[in-house]
Design a protein around this ligand. Structure first.
Ligand code: AMP
Length: 537
């Protein structure tokens, strides 16, 4: 067979030739921006040419601090197509972490949304490797950039010509992009994506057994483009010629509902907290969404959320699992054809699992060095490998802890049933270890969030003199709803053994969230580390 390289050029060139008339729509701070793929392609070339003029070399990193919009999408392609590396930076990180990441990656150019320039203020004198700031916006005042020299993105494009010639044979092992993932302790860890990895990962998103993305879709990545390449959707959507809808700066749930309804979005992707927010809007108003799939991942999708979307809103809901280290798609929950006759409850229980491994990857379930059977009961750590799974952290000693014998040790504890459905029990570090036994915080959270008065819930283990750790539940009630601790615990008692029941319930206005909208259990654990459970009083 011919050894053509699996690179971004092949994907981009195909899309430009076959789908030049498809649309990219962005919600901006001033209104809607629309253009077609052919205009996008021209600007991508202008961007690469402009970056060449600025002196960005192949292999050098260009960082982005940006929301999901068309300029960010142009950078997604314009930087890697010239052999340089796209480095998306999580704009919700602390200034300290942003400083660490930019310096660790040695970013030479930083693309920054004009509205995000203040993020650079506290670290402006601490980024010695950055040569240029490129400010994005319609008419940004580049003198406002705390770091100079700064140039306006549109000037960079206008001063260059789109006649750049890309290398179609760009080596597939070249690094296309990188993204840092937050560590439990210490600085974020860098993951590098190769052209080959992104190519194969994008192709996997088109499989009928997974997302089945195609040119008939209109795709809206709600998941930020600074988080694991917005789950790869920008790459796969462009390749397959789907229309793209980009929700722009800080969209509210109401903005998202309007965009989905007005732009005919068929596939939208976000973490559970985003879908919870959307469900609040849909409960209040009778908007009908055109979605063929609400894709949910990044944290466990509570079964109650799946049921609400499907039964109350008529929106098919899909659950996927992955991590920064896996590009991220690792598994996708889809009911096998042979299981369609199960009861509605059993079908829901399967669809709420993390699903089946994506074709192209391999997995192992490991406990104490032994592989666990796929019996739906034996729990072990998930190990993964495959062409879009990382093999190291970028220049980081912590590689040793997470990679072994060519496998990524995910740190997620799961069971797998005879059919192959993966059910995440917990993160290794989030399991509550009570009296030498494991309690799954995820199972308790799902049950809590199925209680009608509860909006959000989180469970963490707190130190206990007798049992090592005991579960403590945190709940946020729905607006206008009430529930007592006793009622909530009685609800849990219906489904769990006595020793699984949390020792106490704490009512909060909001569960603290991570920079990408997941529950921040670390904050709860730290704050309630010395909490005196009623059983100890
Ligand atoms: P990140 O790299 O920040 O996206 O985080 C990856 C981690 O998020 C995984 O290792 C899991 O612990 C968690 N995660 C991702 N998707 C899911 C899911 N569908 N269900 C439960 N946990 C998930």
């Amino acid at each position: 067979m011919l050894q053509t390289p699996l690179n971004l050029f092949s994907l981009f060139d195909y899309s430009q030739r076959i789908y030049p008339k498809k649309w990219i729509v962005t919600r901006t701070s001033t209104g809607m921006h629309r253009y077609q793929y052919r205009d996008f392609g021209r600007r991508v070339r202008q961007l690469s040419a402009g970056l060449q003029q600025l002196g960005l070399q192949p292999g050098e990193r260009a960082g982005t601090l940006a929301w999901n919009d068309y300029r960010h999408l142009e950078i997604y392609f314009g930087v890697p197509l010239m052999g340089s590396v796209l480095h998306t930076i999580n704009l919700r990180l602390s200034a300290d972490h942003i400083r660490y990441i930019v310096n660790h990656a040695e970013d030479r150019v930083l693309f920054v949304d004009a509205g995000l320039l203040p993020l650079l203020e506290p670290i402006k004198d601490q980024l010695p490797q950055v040569r240029y700031i490129v400010v994005m916006g319609d008419h940004p005042d580049v003198t406002k950039s705390p770091i100079q020299p700064a140039i306006a993105y549109e000037d960079l494009l206008n001063q260059s010509t789109p006649d750049i010639i890309y290398d179609p044979n760009l080596a597939e092992d070249n690094v296309l992009g990188m993204c840092y993932t937050s560590a439990t302790t210490g600085n974020p860890k860098g993951v590098q994506y190769s052209h080959r990895g992104i190519y194969l990962h994008s192709m996997a998103a088109g499989l009928a057994n997974t997302l089945a993305l195609s040119e008939s879709d209109t795709v809206m990545p709600i998941v930020p483009m600074f988080h694991v390449n917005a789950w790869g959707l920008p790459f796969s959507s462009v390749w397959f010629g789907a229309n793209l809808v980009l929700p722009g700066p800080a969209p509210t749930p109401k903005d998202l509902v309007e965009l989905m309804a007005n732009e005919g979005v068929t596939v939208a992707a976000g973490v559970p907290t985003v879908w919870l927010g959307v469900s609040r809007i849909l409960e209040a108003e009778a908007t009908r969404l055109p979605l063929r799939m609400a894709l949910c991942g990044g944290s466990a999708a509570p079964p109650a959320l799946i049921r609400t979307f499907e039964d109350a809103f008529g929106v098919p809901f899909a659950h996927a699992y992955g991590m920064t280290e896996t590009s991220p798609l690792a598994s996708f929950s889809r009911l096998k054809s042979g299981l369609q006759d199960l009861s509605a409850d059993d079908r829901l229980a399967i669809r709420a699992t993390q699903g089946l491994l994506i074709p192209g990857l391999e997995l192992r379930l490991v406990r104490d060095g032994e592989e666990m059977p796929w019996d739906g009961a034996s729990a072990g750590e998930l190990w993964l490998r495959g062409p879009w799974v990382a093999d190291e952290y970028y220049r980081d000693d912590r590689t040793r802890d997470s990679f072994q014998d060519g496998w990524l040790k995910t740190g997620d504890v799961a069971t797998i049933d005879e059919e192959g459905y993966i059910r995440l029990v917990d993160r290794t570090k989030d399991l509550v270890k009570s009296g030498g036994e494991w309690i799954s915080s995820v199972d308790l959270e799902n049950a809590l969030m199925a209680y009608p008065a509860i909006f959000e819930a989180s469970v963490v283990g707190v130190p206990h003199p007798k049992w090592d750790e005991r579960p403590l539940a945190f709940v946020v009630l729905k607006e206008g709803k009430s529930a007592t601790k006793e009622e909530i615990l009685a609800h849990l008692s219906k489904n769990f053994a006595k020793w699984w029941i949390p020792d106490d319930v704490i009512f909060l206005d909001e569960i603290p969230k991570t920079s990408v909208g997941k529950f921040l259990k670390r904050a709860l654990r730290d704050q309630y580390h010395e909490y005196l459970m009623p059983s100890q009083e």
